[in-house]
Design a binder for this molecule. Structure first.
Ligand SMILES: [Zn+2]
Ligand SMILES: [Zn+2]
Length: 281
């Protein structure tokens, strides 16, 4: 039986990465007033299976928020959205592209990069990132003082990205490829160039450079995500992050590397326990 109680109400705020990588991305955001999906890059059936694995009730999902129109982020969107009668939040460009590809559920809500909106008790801010499809965004989610930043699928990071991620308590950031593994791979040269370009993906080195700029005294949790299966190695990514945190003298930061096949445990920025503890003060 699903422990729905654990995932409802009371000012809670957390996230569960159901899976991340070049073959599919989806995260459940546990907001004060309900759960919603950030990207739906697995089939509806697989999304539901992974939710149940982590005690999340698929019928409790209130909405979907998507980053961009690539299959590994939206392939379950139409079926999951229609099955559960929930809307998808997406940029105008993503809406157009998903419409052409028959990927849209019935209910859509168009959002604009830089314009905040409220969802399930969180303030959500989409911001533009450089990727090889129009309308790609990353997000921050805020509940009171607590803030989560989520940026995958970006070929470069500038001031906009670092300023959005800087004051986050939890950060999920892409660490897509190891440059040596990508160069040595059998991929066509034009594909390699696209991935390495400013409109492609962040390499492991890029991700660590970005983290160095955004880690602040507030940072409590880091997750590196969207690893390429063929051109990366989770152990290498973990070792790089461990060394970076050591060099920054931040052994207090909890970190993990998201994987393609298994959901991570839920990371809470604020749990029900924190809320009830507040009553005793
Ligand atoms: Zn992707
Ligand atoms: Zn993409």
């Amino acid at each position: 039986m699903i422990d729905v109680q654990r995932h409802s109400g009371y000012g809670r705020f957390g996230f569960t990465i159901l899976g991340s990588g070049s073959k599919g991305n989806a995260t459940v955001i546990h907001a004060p007033d309900g759960d919603f999906l950030l990207d739906a890059g697995f089939s509806a059936k697989e999304l539901e299976r992974r939710m149940i694995l982590r005690d999340i009730d698929p019928d409790g999902i209130q909405a979907m928020v998507v980053t961009h129109d690539h299959t590994d982020h939206v392939c379950g969107c139409r079926v999951f959205g229609n099955r559960h009668g929930i809307p998808v939040y997406l940029t105008a460009e993503t809406c157009l592209l998903m419409g052409r590809n028959n990927e849209l559920p019935e209910e859509r809500i168009v959002i604009e990069p830089g314009t905040r909106f409220e969802l399930c008790g969180l303030t959500v801010e989409p911001f533009s990132v450089s990727h090889d499809v129009e309308g790609t965004v990353a997000y921050t989610f805020r509940s009171g003082e607590d803030k989560l930043g989520y940026a995958t699928d970006l070929g470069s990071f500038g001031l906009l990205v670092t300023s959005r991620l800087k004051d986050c308590h939890a950060i999920v950031l892409e660490s897509n490829y190891d440059i040596r593994a990508l160069r040595a791979s059998a991929r066509p040269e034009n594909v390699k160039r696209r991935i390495m370009s400013r409109h492609g993906h962040l390499s492991n080195e890029n991700a660590l450079e970005c983290l160095e700029q955004v880690i602040s005294p507030q940072t409590r949790n880091l997750v590196l995500a969207h690893l390429s299966r063929e051109c990366n190695d989770p152990d290498l990514v973990a070792e790089g992050l461990r060394r970076k945190l050591e060099s920054l003298n931040r052994p207090d930061v909890c970190w993990d590397v998201a994987c393609q096949d298994t959901p991570l445990d839920t990371i809470w920025l604020k749990s029900e326990d924190d809320f009830f503890a507040g009553f005793g003060k």
